[in-house]
Design a protein around this ligand. Structure first.
Ligand code: NAI
Length: 336
């Protein structure tokens, strides 16, 4: 029996990995997510690779008796119970750097789509055949202030692109890098000042206990009225209900969200409701707000798609192979 299995494996991924037969032949593939319901079937595997749809909680991991190594095919690792892994001698590696350009470019795809009403225009022409400009006026990015929250690998690519639009850039980061600020010509602010001064806010922080609801009901109204917010980081960085209220009050002009709080549940909700699983009121409220977002004209939602380019997928798989080969050769790489 093989000792490596890839979960959430797509045909595209398999086609790429087939170019590396020595590795491909070592691996089993499952299209399924790894969950507490199916984990028992996979208890013999020593190495697993997952994407972000598999929530690797203690309940899941404790069923995998032989597990020694997890290679997540993502940058973020908030879907893995790292404490449990540490206590149980399971090493975890991620893909720290596969598509900074990919995600930064998508951030601007969302921003331009939102601020220039590209989708509304396209939808109008396609659905009604109307070439009226009524309701389609947008705003320029030129000379606007972009507030970047998180100036890591993706945030800094976003800053470079913003400069191409002649935007003024300000930033907030827990660990400001003054040399980077000098090189890319932006200024660090505290969070409150960034919120008050930005015309567009773009989020690029990891999802941690500290960044949970970084934008929340206590600070969302401190955002400059009429500003736009773009989230390609993780849904939980914004308190969904606070965002919904700010949009409803027209305090914000719009939002573009590649990630949603409880996005996993959103995809799974029919099953959850059918099986009458326990859903907390908070979760239900978030799911409901996410649904209402989908219907708002000034909100663009995409299905966690920012990473999804040809180049990035190939980079993810190459690094994942290197991570797994590193484990097999006792040279662990990209450990979390
Ligand atoms: P990175 O680790 O290079 O940068 C993160 C930055 O956030 C760092 O500068 C760090 O100092 C800062 N930071 C960390 N905690 C903070 C806090 N509490 N307050 C303020 N700043 C804080 O990460 P990278 O590669 O730029 O990615 C950022 C996030 O983007 C990932 O963690 C992931 O969740 C998300 N992502 C989303 C994708 C998508 O498809 N939508 C694809 C790839 C990443």
């Amino acid at each position: 029996m093989k000792k490596i299995i890839f979960f959430e494996a797509t045909e595209k991924e398999k086609n790429i990995l087939q170019k590396y037969p020595d590795f491909f032949n070592l691996v089993d593939f499952s299209e399924e997510k790894l969950t507490h319901k199916n984990a028992g079937e996979f208890k013999d595997y020593e190495i697993i690779s997952v994407f972000i749809g598999s929530q690797l909680s203690q309940q899941v991991l404790s069923q995998l008796n032989n597990l020694k190594f997890i290679a997540t095919r993502s940058t973020g690792f908030d879907h893995i119970d790292l404490d449990y892994c540490k206590e149980n001698g399971i090493s975890v590696s991620s893909v720290p750097n596969y598509g900074d350009h990919t995600v930064a470019e998508y951030t601007f795809a969302l921003l331009l789509c939102l601020i220039r009403k590209v989708y509304n225009a396209y939808h109008q022409v396609r659905e009604t055949g109307s070439f009226s400009l009524e309701g389609l006026q947008g705003e320029e990015l030129f000379n606007k202030t972009l507030g970047v929250i998180g100036t890591g690998k993706i945030g800094r690519e976003v800053i470079k692109i913003a400069k191409g639009f002649s935007m003024k850039v300000i930033a907030y980061d827990k660990y400001p890098q003054e040399d980077l600020a000098e090189e890319l010509e932006f200024e660090y602010f505290n969070l409150e000042d960034l919120l008050a001064q930005s015309d567009v806010i773009s989020l690029h922080v990891p999802y941690t206990e500290e960044t949970h609801h970084l934008i929340n009901k206590d600070n969302i109204l401190k955002i400059k009225p009429g500003a736009y917010i773009i989230n390609t980081s993780r849904g939980g960085v914004i308190e969904t209900d606070a965002l919904y209220q700010a949009l409803k009050k027209n305090h914000l002009a719009g939002a573009a969200l590649d990630v949603l709080e409880e996005e996993g549940d959103l995809k799974e909700e029919q099953r959850m409701l059918a099986e009458k699983q326990d859903i907390t009121t908070e979760k239900l409220k978030t799911l409901l707000a996410n649904h209402i977002f989908i219907d708002l004209d000034n909100v663009i939602i995409s299905p966690h798609n920012a990473f999804n380019t040809k180049e990035a997928l190939e980079n993810i798989l190459i690094t994942t192979m290197e991570n797994i080969n590193g484990y097999l050769n006792n040279e662990l790489k990209n450990l979390i």
